[in-house]
Design a protein around this ligand. Sequence first.
Ligand code: NAD
Ligand code: WQD
Length: 346
Amino acid sequence: MSPASLNILLTGGSGYIGSHTAVVLQQAGHRVFIYDNFCNSDPAVGHTLQAITGHPFTVIEGDVRDTALLQQTLGENAIDAVIHFAGLKAVGESAIIPIDYYANNVQGTISLLQAMQAASHQPKTLVFSSSATVYGDPQYLPIDESHPTAATNPYGRTKLHIEEILTDLSKADASWRIACLRYFNPVGAHPSGLIGENPNGLPNNLMPFVAQVAVGKLKELNVFGNDYETPDGTGVRDYIHVMDLAEGHLAAVSYLNDAVQAHQGMHTFNLGTGRGYSVMEMVQAFEAASGKSVPFHIAPRRAGDIASCYASTALATRELGWSAKRDLKDMCESSWRFQQHTNTGA
Ligand code: NAD
Ligand code: WQD
């Protein structure tokens, strides 16, 4: 049974995944509070979310390392649960400024946990944004949650450190209810086209890069390697629609607060679709969805990339009663709608 309406704080809630989750939670009857320092997002997100849902959102400007402000925010808004999206996420950048990554991600999480413990009503329900990057180079496919972890870059190691901290916390105090969600490759946008992924500078990830080529902002896509052991030689990933991912967070909050059987302790779930698409399949699907051509050339492999990666979704299906519903066409069409809106404001 799902819980009644909860007050849910979304750290990093104005970012790509957080903003979509805010819409889904609000439309499911929860009250959403966004806490963000806007280092990678737009402070105007509250207005956009109101335009989508017809409801106002409370947006608080703050850094997750500001424990006092977090504690005050948790108390003033009687927060029942926190979804912790806030963090830095660029793999390449994490090797250049690792201390910033550890400070934002690991120290930021410790600060959040301290604030939750210090708040007078002590909310102990937490959903954490982890990543499939914690699996490193897959030893078998599909990857289930028991697959060994071995991050290969500082960003991934911040996620592993945080997972260990959360595991230790849940062992020390069994009243915590924690869901650690390992996302595969989030793509796509809200059907309105009003929110989506709009990276600063040159996109690191495939889908926003392809979208910017299709719209004419970038000249061509570099396909990083076509000699992998995959059906067409290009890298295979488990792309998941961000709206499906957002619904996965709703399912996780409901699971942790289930009125019949509350799920205490730490629970780790893959959020993916269970199937992989190659870079070339993504390019073709995007061309079909947009009606635009996506020029590309084959470039050398990108350092640190793996051939294939896709999730076993069995655990999330069984425990959360959640599975991804949207297909590749929807991922590309919604991404294209958002890209056009971003470029033209239409
Ligand atoms: P995003 O950058 O769009 O959103 C993160 C938000 O956190 C931004 O709004 C940013 O301003 C905010 N933020 C960063 N540091 C902060 C701080 N110290 N205090 C307060 N706010 C801060 O990223 P996203 O794609 O929405 O990712 C959300 C989470 O999911 C991240 O933790 C990321 O590591 C994780 N994740 C993302 C992906 C992906 O491919 N997008 C995949 C797996 C995991
Ligand atoms: C996908 C495929 C590339 C760009 C990253 C992070 C991971 C997670 C999700 C946060 C690969 C190819 C890409 C381009 C290309 N993020 N590609 N040309 O690397 O699977 O995962 O984002 O947790 O931690 O590592 O995603 O979108 O960068 O790449 O050919 O310009 O597209 O080689 O095969 P990745 P991606």
